[in-house]
Design a protein around this ligand. Structure first.
Ligand SMILES: *Cc1c(COP(=O)(O)O)cnc(C)c1O
Length: 359
């Protein structure tokens, strides 16, 4: 079946008891057993498994072109989950402008546990080759990056990876525009809080893999660490994913209109948009002033919801990377273009910059 059909149907078997067309929210912590060790449908305790979560995981796996999805309580929990399948001493090569939270996890939590991190510009494949020659076990790719929207050539990395495990944070592109597993990556990670859920109403994360051994490892960490999403959040993310294809097309058109206008706007420089999805960034001397004057774009952290959001990363989401390789300029504005009328988004930015609103 094609992507759009799988978005609607993967993991959505009608409920066996009632025929409910949606998988119910199984709000339970445990399941009655018919005898000692005799589970009715393979469910014994809800940290280990839950039918609402299983349905979401199946849909995640299907849309990413993987075989297995493993859902976590947040994007960060899913990133920690991947690293937890490796031992301390593991040598990790990461993009030099990874998401600030990822950088904080690597530097402030995992480094002290013995993991070894190096950062490089993974958009430059010569640099990648040089770094890999020093011995790397895990390559941590994020593309496009948050917030600078740098794009990494995943196939170029795969061609040079040697024996390294390649994990790709696909939060910004989503499987609509990029399916790393199909390009040869070993794992895909999402903050499902963002585009996958798509409505700014749930925090979640996921890891998707193809290899059964990698899946066993991820499932073991999911159950052992216990950073699992609740059934209601699983339901919300899964419900959001059913319209992923429609939403992403609208996000892209909104971002295209905003980018076209920004590129001509006086005072605006370094406009970046990878050509897909709704994330746009630019620089402006009055970044904080603009942030205080928009009304359709809400001033808020996070991204990927149907409503447009705006933030100044250096002061809001990326303080944890200040003075580091991943530092971002203070005059950088990041937009998450929602699915409102693109003309209203352009008009909002124009008035916030004191520029004429296009007719
Ligand atoms: C938000 C984000 C994360 C972290 O996800 P949470 O759900 O907030 O824990 C990781 N990677 C990227 C690219 C993100 O944008």
């Amino acid at each position: 079946m094609n992507f759009e059909t799988r978005a609607i149907h993967a993991g959505q078997e009608p409920d066996a008891l009632t025929g409910a067309v949606n998988v119910p929210i199984y709000q339970t912590s445990t399941y009655v057993q018919d005898g000692v060790g005799q589970m009715r449908a393979g469910y014994d305790y809800a940290r280990t498994s839950n039918p609402t979560r299983s349905a979401l995981q199946e849909c995640l796996a299907s849309l990413e072109g993987g075989r297995y999805g493993v859902a976590f309580a947040s994007g960060m929990a899913s990133i920690q989950g991947v690293l937890a399948t490796f031992e301390p001493g593991t040598r990790v090569l990461a993009m030099n402008d990874v998401y600030g939270g990822t950088y904080r996890l690597f530097e402030k939590v995992l480094r002290a546990q013995g993991y070894r991190f190096a950062y490089a510009d993974l958009t430059d494949l010569d640099t990648v080759e040089r770094e890999l020659a020093r011995g790397i076990d895990l390559i941590w790719v994020e593309t496009p990056t948050n917030p600078s929207l740098n794009v990494v050539d995943i196939e170029g990395i795969i061609a040079r990876k040697g024996g390294a495990f390649v994990a790709v944070d696909n939060t910004f592109a989503t499987p609509i525009y990029q399916r790393p597993l199909e390009l040869g990556a070993d794992a895909v990670v999402h903050s499902t809080t963002k585009y996958m859920g798509g409505h700014s109403d749930a925090v979640g994360g996921a890891v998707i893999v193809r290899d059964p051994r990698a899946h066993e490892g991820m499932k073991f960490v999911q159950n052992s660490v216990g950073a699992v999403p609740g059934p209601f959040d699983c339901f919300l993310v899964h419900r959001g994913m059913r319209t992923l294809h429609l939403r992403m097309a609208a996000h892209t058109e909104a971002a295209r209109a905003v980018t076209d206008w920004l590129r001509e706007a006086p005072g605006v420089s370094d406009v970046r948009w990878p050509g897909f999805a709704g994330m746009v960034c630019f620089r402006h001397d009055d970044a904080t002033g603009i942030a205080s004057r928009t009304s359709v774009f809400s001033l808020a952290e996070s991204l990927g919801g149907v409503e447009s959001l705006l933030e100044v990363p250096q002061a809001m989401t990326h303080q944890s990377v200040e003075d580091s390789d991943a530092a971002v300029p203070a005059d950088l504005v990041r937009l998450s273009c929602g699915i409102e009328d693109p003309a209203d988004l352009v008009a909002d930015l124009a008035q916030a910059m004191g520029l004429p609103v296009p007719a």
